[in-house]
Design a protein around this ligand. Structure first.
Ligand SMILES: Cc1cc2nc3c(=O)[nH]c(=O)nc-3n(C[C@H](O)[C@H](O)[C@H](O)COP(=O)(O)OP(=O)(O)OC[C@H]3O[C@@H](n4cnc5c(N)ncnc54)[C@H](O)[C@@H]3O)c2cc1C
Length: 330
């Protein structure tokens, strides 16, 4: 598998102020990408991923949209320090929050900056398919609505095929399960795209599954990384196991430690495997499992085929069998 893990200097062509705390960065970036994917930006000694709000099918320029996070390092630095003409360092686009094949309607539930990849997906779905598309977008208040005009224009242009519904917390309170049930009623056969704050995602997932929607119909993009939870019990059940790591001609075996990722095990084994974001986004740390099984806490980089072939993001993978062997590409 050949992946481009490098960082590229990319010039900012324009900056569009979307709301008081959200800006779109129009980038001079000749990257091919798929609707719903993201770039990982390196700034302030940190790595943060930002989704494209543009669509490769309808926009000639690549755009990514960043909302300030109170107290956040990179989002505030981008807002406060970047101007048109400046260079930023990014990876090439990655991610699997992409349009699936099929004819089922596409329903999106998003909150806050979660509308960013949703806009990209909506534009591509409307331009390249005949599918019906409906979006429920939650925001704190009218001033926080991102892409309000763009979404209204799309609704006018694709009347009868595209519906945008805005939910405003200051008028309606937080989104509730009955509201989601009402919105999705009649479209339970849809593909559901979810992107928003963690509690919003949990509510949306639980409500949809409770309505009989299959887990395979849900496609979710998480902007925050959940706490490690996966395999501690599995390791406890299986007893002391081992992790064997093969890298650049070296083969080392260490005991399994509960909640330790394969990347951490490899480091403990004295090896220096490749890594970058350590959030399950950039794909730099990929390796192939050749023995045993591991479960990824987050996977925003590998598609289903790659997972089926045994590729894992080692920064996110915890063993779930007593013995695992993982081999990095040399
Ligand atoms: C796949 C993916 C796509 C994404 N796409 C987008 C997008 O399109 N648009 C977008 O705006 N965002 C997006 N994000 C989120 C983005 O990557 C960042 O997580 C977000 O901008 C916050 O980063 P930050 O550096 O500003 O904040 P951070 O510095 O990471 O801080 C985040 C939060 O933690 C708190 N915090 C920081 N340090 C401490 C501390 N020491 N103690 C307690 N609390 C602390 C901060 O106050 C803040 O609330 C995406 C994330 C992922 C994973």
């Amino acid at each position: 598998m050949v992946r481009d893990h490098g960082f590229h200097p990319v010039r900012i062509k324009r900056i569009v102020q979307e709301t008081a705390d959200t800006r779109t960065y129009v980038l001079d970036a000749p990257f091919p990408y798929r609707a719903g994917q993201f770039l990982t930006v390196r700034a302030c000694g940190a790595l943060r991923s930002y989704s494209m709000s543009s669509s490769p099918d309808t926009d000639s320029e690549l755009m990514t949209t960043v909302k300030r996070v109170p107290g956040g390092l990179v989002s505030n630095w981008m807002h406060d320090h970047l101007s048109p003409g400046d260079l930023i360092e990014t990876t090439s686009p990655a991610g699997v929050f992409c349009l699936r094949e099929g004819t089922a309607p596409l329903l999106a539930l998003c909150g806050g900056s979660g509308v960013t990849p949703i806009l990209s997906l909506v534009k591509t779905a409307l331009a390249t398919t005949g599918r019906r598309v409906r979006v429920l977008a939650a925001n704190r208040d009218a001033g926080s609505v991102i892409f309000g005009d763009t979404l209204s224009e799309l609704a006018e242009r694709h009347a009868g095929r595209f519906e945008i519904r805005h939910h405003l917390d200051d008028r309606q309170g937080l989104v509730t399960a009955p509201e989601i049930r009402e919105f999705v009623a009649g479209d339970l056969d849809a593909d559901f795209y979810l992107c928003g704050p963690a509690p919003f995602m949990t509510l949306a997932e639980d409500t949809l599954l409770g309505q009989g929607v299959g887990a395979g119909q849900l496609v979710a993009e998480r902007f925050t990384v959940p706490e490690p939870t996966v395999a501690a019990e599995a390791v406890a059940e299986t007893g002391a196991g081992t992790v064997t790591v093969v890298l650049a001609g070296k083969r080392r075996t260490v005991d399994q430690h509960p909640r330790e990722s394969l990347l951490e095990s490899a480091r403990r084994a004295g090896l220096m495997p490749p890594f970058s974001c350590e959030m399950g986004n950039c794909g730099t740390c990929i390796a192939r499992l050749t023995e045993g099984e591991a479960k990824m806490r987050v996977n925003n980089a590998l598609d289903d085929d790659e997972v089926a072939e045994g590729w894992v993001l080692t920064c996110q993978s915890e063993p779930v069998t007593p013995h695992v062997t993982v081999e990095y590409e040399s």
